[in-house]
Design a protein around this ligand. Sequence first.
Ligand code: NAP
Ligand code: MG
Length: 402
Amino acid sequence: MTKIQMKTPMVEMDGDEMTRILWQMIKDELILPYIDLKSEYYDLGLKKRDETNDRITVEAARAALKYGVAVKCATITPNADRVKEYNLKEMWKSPNGTIRAIMDGTVFRRPITVKGIEPNVRSWKKPITIARHAYGDVYKNAEMLVPGPGKAELVFTGEDGTQIRELIHEFDGPGVLQGMHNLDSSISSFAHSCFEFALDAKEDIWFAAKDTISKKYDHRFKDIFQEIYDSDYREKFEKAGIRYFYTLIDDAVARVMKSEGGFIWACKNYDGDVMSDMLSSAFGSLAMMTSVLVNPEGKFEYEAAHGTVQRHYYSYLKGEKTSTNSVATIFAWTGALRKRGQLDGIGELTAYADRMEKAVISTIESGKMTGDLALITNLKEVEKLDSEEFIKAVRSCYEALL
Ligand code: NAP
Ligand code: MG
């Protein structure tokens, strides 16, 4: 069999722990046998990040901007424990944070739904996609411990030296302080990505924030969304039979729980981080959630929404068999390869991605699945597979579809 040829390389960002093990298995079993893979490889494993003083992450993000399509493995965001465990020079920042800061744009997270894994929320009939703003707020903050009594102010100094001041608090004892920012340009591109994605998916889009409390910061988000919707999208939405509305974040949360699904929920950075974990576990498993960062110039970075599955990795290191779900990581690869195929006009590559995703879904629907899904499925005949067996089962299913 001849392998599918690629024209433009895509950026491959390797990662850490159990997902790094899955990464190699997926390549060996599901990709390299069928595709003459052209990729520019960046090792974002923690060891390499430490060796390069995290330069590798910046280089990988720049390469993603250059080539337009990237696929990323889950990576460790170091905390104090990790600094000890890996003997790190520094507590390096979250690679995802670094990549998002360089690429800008919006992260869309969508659950992979299969028959036999029903959402915990009975009313949900269709997937709910979360659009998470990927720039700023608490992820680009400045914060400090307040040592004792004193006055805290927000100060903005314009280029001409003019200052605007706002009292934050008169401290009469120790406390904490945090400063955050966002940019009109980033909020606008967030709004554009959301409206474009909604038109493409032909689904309604909701945007929610807390403008009643945050009367300037969150209100600015609300206004920018509305202005862009009115000027550029209202007609297109009416034609497509979909709608946009803004509501308070607490109202959105309540409505989501009573909805049928089948819409996109646009969230500010922190809300998106938290709510996507809630949605993915309610839809079945963290391992069934895909994630794609879409930047305003139409560059894409695909990944799984879950982390490096540390607990499984420690079992793996002890020589035990793990049953780690590789579905979201496989879909990250197929998402990236499909996009590469679409951008470069390689029909075989998009067909490969469709077929591979179908193979994954059929494998699960036939009762073959990893332990996380076996625990929650309502299928009667279930065969719980280990990490490697599952990937091999997908391969057999894929071959049967050829
Ligand atoms: P995690 O890796 O997502 O895993 C949390 C738990 O969820 C696991 O212990 C496992 O439950 C279950 N789980 C997640 N993915 C699974 C899969 N593919 N198959 C089966 N079960 C799965 O989160 P974490 O343990 O909090 O974080 C581990 C590391 O990942 C941290 O260093 C964190 O910084 C990093 N992280 C990276 C990203 C990213 O790169 N995008 C995102 C989040 C976290 P059981 O143990 O009960 O089986
Ligand atoms: Mg999170």
